[in-house]
Design a protein around this ligand. Structure first.
Ligand SMILES: [Fe+2]
Ligand SMILES: [Fe+2]
Length: 308
């Protein structure tokens, strides 16, 4: 049930979504150019100290964008599954959050259609080993578990929106990014801003109403799952696809200052939301969250910001 304070804010989001319907097939035409689609300094390997050829860098740029795009489509479908399930079980279907969730699902299907078009142009060759075999089975079981637990689901929705949003922000603001990719990212970020607002509004209410064990999951399980979300986004297969040792490069990338800083920057807003909703008190932030976000027990950053 939406509280009387959030209901008008959610209704405003619905009104905005209704006014600004974008059909990417009509409004975002065009295709990628032939060159390297993102600059060297935006590659995840940038500060790992690898000596890559121009061809490897060009291919890595396409593989990285393809990996984020592909995971983006899969994530949007998990989100749609979670919302569908929640609406199907909702007590009152006229509650404002239901209407907004329906708007958001419509927007996500349009994003995913555009992402499929982008993926088709990128023609990636990488195979994500984290979606295969036993690890893949475990990952799918975890997702089934998550979508059935609203506070954990919304926490991971926030992470699944914050991390790609930050990546897309950096990509779209760089002057050397392919113009079609800039257009895709701008359009996506514009609509994701509303989705982020919605998830931020709902999470505190859901957390408060949740049984103890679901709060426990947000406190202790969520940081581990969020870290693996990022590790699955930039996966070993993309490095292997350009002739690098897949797992070894992946390990180095995820320990590199650039990616650690990205994780901190993308996850701190989620922690702030949980703190302001009273889920965590300053001084009592669980260790997993402190490590995920690079903060101390009171929520203050403990790492120096990366150079611009
Ligand atoms: Fe989206
Ligand atoms: Fe979204």
């Amino acid at each position: 049930m939406t509280s009387t304070t959030t209901a008008p804010r959610i209704e405003r989001l619905s009104a905005l979504s209704a006014r600004r319907v974008v059909d990417p097939d009509v409004d975002i035409p065009g295709r990628l150019g032939d060159g390297q689609i993102v600059a060297d300094e935006l590659l995840s390997t940038h500060d790992v100290g690898l000596d890559l050829t121009a061809d490897q860098r060009r291919r890595l740029a396409a593989e990285e964008i393809a990996a984020v795009t592909e995971e983006g489509i899969r994530f949007e479908m998990v989100l749609t599954a979670g919302f569908s399930r929640e609406i199907q079980r909702a007590e009152k279907l006229t509650d404002p959050w239901v209407t907004y969730a329906l708007h958001e699902m419509g927007e996500e299907t349009r994003h995913s259609r555009l992402f499929v078009r982008l993926l088709d142009q990128l023609q990636p060759t990488a195979v994500n080993p984290l979606n295969q075999g036993v690890i893949g089975v475990i990952g799918r079981r975890v997702l089934d578990f998550v979508v059935k637990r609203p506070p954990l689901f919304y926490t991971l929705v926030l992470a699944g929106e914050e991390i790609p949003d930050l990546l897309q922000k950096r990509t779209s603001e760089h002057p050397d990014t392919d113009p079609f990719l800039v257009a895709v990212n701008r359009y996506h970020r514009q609509e994701e801003a509303r989705h982020l607002s919605f998830a931020r509004m709902r999470l505190p209410e859901l957390y408060e109403a949740a049984p103890r064990r679901q709060r426990f999951q947000v406190r202790y399980l969520a940081p581990l799952l969020i870290k693996s979300q990022l590790e699955g986004l930039l996966h070993p297969g993309i490095y292997k696809a350009v002739g690098l040792p897949g797992w070894r490069t992946w390990l180095r990338v995820h320990r590199s200052p650039k990616i650690v800083q990205l994780r901190h920057e993308a996850t701190r807003p989620i922690l702030r939301e949980l703190m302001s909703s009273g889920a965590f008190r300053a001084g009592r932030i669980p260790r997993g969250w402190r490590r995920l976000c690079g903060v101390d027990g009171t929520g203050q950053p403990v790492t120096a910001p990366a150079p611009a």
